[in-house]
Write a protein that binds this ligand. Structure first.
Ligand code: FAD
Length: 385
């Protein structure tokens, strides 16, 4: 094994805290949350108390000002715990950074401390019923009216959508333009005209609330715009590499966990008087998966070094997202196969990992879109003749 060199002793102490939180507070509730389709809000407040939310937010807004490696640890431990419910990543490492990086001082003061404590749950709403991959074609509008914007439209598939207290909404401030007419707004549930649909029923991540959001003549104060009007697309492009790397981190950690469960299982299960793990086909298959996971880990760890130095580019993040989530889906499929019929039973972690893995190739930009971005970076843009 190639030793990982990213983490300090302090990081490892933090990892123990996160791992204990997962074991004691989250895993025992995961089935209940899966059945109801959302987590109880108390878990957010508890996580806030323990310093597990928005760890990267600076101390002046109540956070720990920690580095992205701490976020990586949170993602890895959640993946290892095989949790199908928490939307902490979207809240802490996707939504909060938009506020931090593009929000005015007063917006940050108003919302970030409450996000750190778990009093307010955040979400980000880009996708609409009629458009997901083609983000430039969104139809939600924000029309200026005096010192406010009037927001109209709907969003779908929004993680934390049922539980959220504030949402970053991607809307068109100039419908005639595509990317250059896009702006980002902080909308909170106290604003009249903002309503939510019920949590959507999904094939996996069943405890994570995913919902539709509706905006009907919502009056959003001008100070709730992030950055400058019409620059929203630039901000999205700046933030997406980290969002995609987070998905990749989870994919590698889940692949490793699935491999570990399977190595244990094949040594325990006997067929034709032999352990399943003694068949050469099993040993070679697991050796191959182990190799690919190791390669993925080295790549992801290098991407972490780059993102910490603000040097991770769009195409490398896209490579990480598409390749590791494809790998994760291959790993959970082949590991489930090695469990035989037991792999199909809900009480076995591999069956949960299998259904949860599928979305990884879709959200955060589909893997086809990742290949589109990579192909452009190697000079194969659509409009090139
Ligand atoms: C559980 C879950 C959680 C989610 N969370 C969020 C969230 O928090 N916030 C949010 O805004 N969104 C969220 N999404 C939405 C997600 O990001 C979108 O579903 C995704 O981007 C794909 O968009 P779409 O569903 O509209 O598919 P479409 O864009 O309709 O794509 C359909 C198919 O066409 C392919 N395709 C599209 N364009 C091209 C192209 N140019 N070349 C080749 N193939 C192409 C796609 O890859 C896909 O296979 C979530 C979705 C799910 C299911």
């Amino acid at each position: 094994m190639i030793p990982r060199t990213l983490f300090t002793a302090e990081h490892e102490t933090f990892r123990n805290t996160v791992s204990r939180f997962m074991k004691e507070q989250v895993i025992p509730n995961d089935d209940k949350w899966q059945n109801q389709g959302y987590v109880d809000k108390e878990i957010w407040q508890l996580a806030g108390k323990l310093g597990l939310l928005c760890v990267g937010i600076p101390e002046e807004y109540g956070g720990a000002g920690a580095d992205k490696l701490s976020s990586m640890i949170l993602i890895e431990e959640q993946a290892k715990a095989n949790i199908s419910s928490l939307g902490f990543g979207v809240h802490s490492d996707i939504t909060a950074p938009y506020l931090l990086n593009y929000g005015s001082k007063s917006l940050k003061q108003k919302y970030l401390p409450k996000m750190v404590s778990g009093e307010m749950i955040g979400a980000i709403a880009m996708t609409e019923p009629s458009t997901g991959s083609d983000l430039q074609s969104i139809q939600t509008t924000a029309r200026r009216a005096g010192s406010n914007y009037i927001l109209n439209g709907s969003k779908t598939f929004i993680t934390n959508g049922w539980n959220c207290d504030l949402v970053i909404v991607v809307a068109k401030t100039d419908l005639a333009k595509r990317a250059k007419g896009t702006s980002l707004f902080v909308v909170d549930t106290s604003m009249e005209g903002f309503t939510k649909g019920k949590p959507l029923k999904k094939m996996g991540l069943k405890g994570q609330d995913t919902a539709e959001l509706f905006f009907q003549n919502v009056s959003v104060p001008q100070e709730n715009i992030l950055g400058h009007e019409n620059d929203g697309f630039i901000y999205l492009m700046q933030e997406l590499p980290w969002e995609r790397l987070q998905i990749a981190i989870g994919a590698v950690a889940k692949s490793r966990a699935a491999l570990d469960w399977t190595i244990a299982y094949v040594q325990d299960r006997s067929v034709f008087g032999k352990q399943v793990g003694e068949f050469q086909t099993t040993r070679f298959r697991l050796a191959e998966l182990s190799t690919e996971i190791q390669i993925a880990q080295v790549f992801i760890d290098r991407c972490m070094e780059l993102i910490q130095a603000n040097q991770l580019d769009v195409e490398t993040a896209s490579m990480a997202k598409y390749w590791t989530t494809d790998l994760e889906n291959k790993v959970v499929d082949e590991c489930l196969q090695l469990h035989g019929g037991y792999g199909y039973m809900w009480e076995y972690p591999i069956s949960r990992a299998y259904v949860d893995a599928r979305i990884q190739k879709i959200y955060g930009g589909t893997n086809e879109i990742m290949k589109e971005l990579i192909s452009r970076s190697i000079g194969l843009g659509v409009n090139k003749k």
